[in-house]
Design a protein around this ligand. Structure first.
Ligand code: ARG
Length: 462
């Protein structure tokens, strides 16, 4: 069994008769990971202290001492000179202890009308709000990058797939815009999550509120919260905002993973549609010819970990009775790792997307392989008076004949097409080309280059 440590340092030690077990101390401490909340912890403490002074709960000298002490702590943190202590458990008690060391009794008064339960809930919300704002910036940069590449390739023909079989020609610009839409909805989800995150728990104290005449509205205003949590039990205990964040983050990663899968396929020799910049690839230690798309592969892999964090937080919450339980300390590592992974991934992708080199001829050749204009021929026959089902059958027979002779439908001569059906006229050539097919899809949201450009223009306005 591990040895024990002196309890004297702990804020709550007076009640206890034996020192805390060393392994228990390591097991229960969070300072190793929650120290990154320090700037938000200080921000929250200063707002709390200013309100305590405004309400006459502490005096002006206490406030001045607290402000002076916090300034020094901020400097120590910035210089990497702050001495974190495991035996002080977490970021909150470490900062409070140092404050008291620096300014004496005023430091001991800071915690009046407050508990670590509403303190940590406040810190996490402040941190998450700032994190969401950074994620929004980077999502915006990724969407910009995708828009620029989409604009450059509004006319570039590629095969569109269903079931990973060539289906109909699309433009590369249109394909990329699909991701712009996905990341746009991701941004909406983050905005929505921010609204529910941006509410103030402070004032809930341990669980029941406090008998001090706190001005919660003043604290909320000082910290930029939109409103205050209306039930003290709920304020200290629920982490649903963090779960929402992880759900929204999981969807971002799922979208990143789909894009990654495509980039990996497109870069393979079998497709040869694109190359990624060398700075995003690595080589093989054995095969000299290899250039591997490591960044999208890792992003696809990291999706599992972010989705896993969502599961972790859901399970963390599900069995907890009201109000605060120490279980909630386990919210931090999944949250931090989710944020770090998302921020790095989005930053990398915005740059990588701009560096995509497109092999347009290879895309076009691939689009010629799967009778991609078969639907166009059927539609043509419908316009000549056939019922769609009849037209479908005529074209299916034509495709079969082409497959037997090893040709693509788009390569059939006018005479051969006429043999399929007498309604075919010389104007059929316009619809059977890949470009004719793409150009004809003028419906809003369709792949026609003019539609793609219109959507790009609209997205640039937002
Ligand atoms: N480190 C704790 C956490 O992250 C702070 C709150 C501790 N509260 C308590 N009653 N022990 O949740």
């Amino acid at each position: 069994m591990s040895s024990s440590l002196d309890r004297k340092q702990q804020a709550w030690s007076a009640l206890f008769s034996e020192p805390v077990d060393q392994l228990v101390q390591r097991y229960t401490a969070s300072v190793g990971f929650d120290k990154r909340l320090a700037p938000f912890d200080i921000m929250g403490s200063l707002a709390h202290a200013r309100m305590l002074a405004a309400q006459g709960i502490i005096n002006a000298q206490d406030l001045a001492d607290i402000e002076r002490g916090m300034l020094q702590i901020e400097q120590e943190l910035a210089a990497g000179a702050f001495a974190w202590k495991l035996e002080l458990e977490d970021v909150h008690l470490n900062i409070e202890a140092r404050l008291t060391q620096l300014v004496g009794d005023a430091g001991k008064r800071l915690h009046t009308g407050r508990s670590r339960n509403d303190q940590v809930a406040t810190d996490i919300r402040l941190w998450l709000r700032a994190t969401i704002d950074s994620i929004q910036d980077r999502l915006g940069a990724l969407r910009e990058a995708l828009l620029d590449v989409a604009e450059a390739h509004a006319d570039t023909i590629m095969p569109g797939f269903t079931h990973l079989q060539v289906a109909q020609p699309v433009t590369f610009g249109h394909h990329l815009l699909a991701y712009v839409e996905m990341f746009g909805r991701d941004a909406e989800r983050m905005t929505d999550c921010r609204r529910r995150t941006n509410r103030l728990p402070l004032g809930a104290a341990a669980l029941a509120g406090t008998s001090y005449p706190l001005d919660r509205d003043m604290v909320a205003r000082a910290l930029g919260f939109d409103s205050i949590c209306a039930n003290s039990l709920d304020a200290v205990s629920d982490r649903d905002f963090a779960i929402e964040f992880c759900a929204a983050a999981s969807l971002i990663m799922v979208h990143i993973s789909r894009l990654s899968e495509e980039l990996i396929l497109w870069m393979s020799q079998a497709y040869g549609f694109i190359t990624l910049p060398d700075r995003y690839c690595t080589g093989s230690s054995i095969m000299p010819q290899k250039k591997n798309p490591d960044v999208p592969e890792l992003a696809r892999g990291k999706t599992g970990r972010v989705v896993g964090h969502l599961q972790a937080l859901l399970m963390l919450m599900k069995g907890q009775p009201l109000a605060y339980n120490k279980d909630n300390q386990e919210d931090k590592e999944p949250l931090f790792d989710t944020a770090d992974t998302i921020l790095d991934t989005l930053t990398l992708f915005a740059d990588m997307v701009r560096g995509i080199e497109v092999n347009a001829p290879a895309m076009e050749v691939a689009a010629r392989k799967g009778h991609a204009t078969a639907t166009d021929l059927a539609d043509y026959l419908v316009k000549k008076g056939l019922a769609f089902r009849d037209a479908h059958e005529v074209v299916a027979r034509a495709v079969r004949a082409c497959a037997e002779s090893g040709r693509d439908l788009s390569a059939l001569s006018l005479d051969a097409l006429r043999e399929m059906h007498p309604a075919v006229g010389p104007d059929v050539c316009d619809v059977l080309t890949l470009r004719g097919s793409a150009d004809s899809r003028q419906v809003i949201g369709g792949t026609a280059p003019s539609q793609v450009r219109a959507r790009i223009a609209a997205l640039r306005q937002c």
